[in-house]
Design a protein. Structure first.
Lengths: 114, 113
């Protein structure tokens, strides 16, 4: 019955590697997001997709590439991982037309780059 | 540019005491306002939201918040704090023409037994 799910929950990897984080929502929402939470707990939006179309790209390095195969999925692929990419990444979804952009968040993926 | 300020990095209250967490926003019009809670190692859970109408909104877990347009504030309150309320609290703004949420820096609530 999980509304927004992410896999994996934890990801530990070496610098320079490429990794992906997957997100799925079963709420029937049109819009999905990726947020990054840094070590000081600050949350900042990275990307947003509406009906599989990219609508927000907040000056994120192009090593980060979101991919939305369908409305229910938004995956995040990261190339050439750097130490500064260590953070918790949250996926979220919303249905803006009916809920004033109330967003539902996944449990987060803690990425550690060594 | 829109911004959200939570002036208190952390607050400590005794169990059973009342609580108020402050949130101020900077935005030309009335935005959509939210409070989220993040328990340790967990995701974010929506506590309450304000879109329009009654400026005092009720949320889950006994929380409420009051929107004050004149002060550009949306402070979160709870009359009696429980130990399980210890968590990080985030105020957020959604400018009405945007899909994104702009978060404050969070306030960590510690509860003394």
């Amino acid at each position: 019955d999980t509304a927004v799910s992410q896999t994996p929950k934890y990801l530990v990897t070496q610098m320079g590697n490429d990794k992906s984080i997957k997100c799925e929502q079963n709420l029937g929402h049109d819009t999905m997001y990726w947020y990054k939470q840094d070590s000081k707990k600050f949350l900042k939006i990275m990307f947003s997709y509406n009906n599989k179309e990219l609508i927000i790209n907040e000056t994120v390095p192009n090593r980060f590439s979101p991919k939305s195969p369908d409305k229910a999925h938004l995956n995040l692929h990261i190339n050439s991982l750097e130490l500064g990419d260590s953070a918790v990444y949250f996926c979220a979804s919303s249905h803006p037309r009916s809920s004033y952009n109330e967003q539902f968040f996944g449990p987060g993926t803690r990425l550690t780059v060594l | 540019a829109q911004s959200v300020t939570q002036p208190d990095i952390h607050i400590t209250v005794s169990e059973g005491a009342s609580l108020e967490l402050r949130c101020n926003y900077s935005y030309g019009a009335t935005p959509y306002l939210f409070w989220y809670v993040q328990s340790p190692g967990q995701g974010l859970q929506l506590l309450l939201k304000y879109f329009s109408g009654d400026t005092l909104v009720q949320g889950i877990k006994g929380f409420e918040a009051e929107f004050k347009r004149s002060q550009s504030s949306f402070n979160l309150r709870k009359p009696s704090v429980h130990w399980s309320d210890a968590a990080e609290y985030f105020c957020a703004v959604a400018p009405d023409s945007s899909y994104k949420l702009i978060f404050g820096s969070g306030t960590r609530l510690l509860v003394r037994p």
